[in-house]
Write a protein that binds this ligand. Sequence first.
Ligand code: NAD
Length: 258
Amino acid sequence: MRTVGRLDGKVAIITGAARGQGEAEARLFAEEGARVVLGDVLDDRGTAVAAEIGAAARYVRLDVRDEASWADALAVAERDFGPVSVLVNNAGIFRVSNLVETTVDQFRELFEVNQLGAFLGMRTVVPSMERAGGGSIVNISSTSGLAGYPGTTSYTATKFALRGMTKTAAMELGPLGIRVNSIHPGGIDTEMIRPGGEVDAMGGADALDQRFATTPLRRVGQAVEIARMALFLASDESSYSTGAEFVADGGMLAGPRG
Ligand SMILES: NC(=O)c1ccc[n+]([C@@H]2O[C@H](COP(=O)([O-])OP(=O)(O)OC[C@H]3O[C@@H](n4cnc5c(N)ncnc54)[C@H](O)[C@@H]3O)[C@@H](O)[C@H]2O)c1
């Protein structure tokens, strides 16, 4: 017999949920009683993850850059599960290049997925969250939303922007019972930063723990360690937190790295 879930009765949309942190969040949220809509552009993987989760999950093709795609995802959520009470803006892409080598096309590409996507997501779900009687929006920023890293101008721009949008949205939406917070992961073991992935150019093909050997916890983080923080923010356990930054970085930003 299942005990009470920490997200019982909640309906969540999670973007970028076909793999990595978004997948971990979808699995954990469903285990805790939520019904989840997984959005991504990796249709085969997203469909497979939703099928494994079972009746509490749906996969929708959701390109976060596209307004019509957001309307479709919301329609599926409301039709199958009811008004949306949780949104995790998790979808993101990373590219490495120095400032002087960064092209306008690359800057726009990151802006559209990481920043415009989250804006569209927040704007889309607000009326549904009002119908649900309130809600929680979790924006996945980064330690790159709190500090600069050489070679990441366009990524850092989007992750700082997410932090600012989070605070402004929290101020506007608080009176409606909608909380908005940002999560700032450090290095997390997903395809984004694995050797051969998007960040390879920064760290070389070293083992991931080796790349993070100078952080206080001396290791890379795991997707579930961010999913647990997202679970806390999605749930009513975080009922007095809004407009705030939640860091899970193994201590990366605690001080200078030797
Ligand atoms: N992995 C890390 O070290 C790290 C650190 C800090 C922050 N983050 C952030 O965490 C979030 C999740 O990343 P991850 O580590 O799970 O990486 P990941 O690359 O495994 O997952 C990102 C997901 O976003 C999806 N996506 C990309 N473009 C999309 C679009 N236009 N529409 C919908 N989905 C799209 C991808 O298909 C993928 O499933 C991202 O926002 C990332 O910037 C990651």
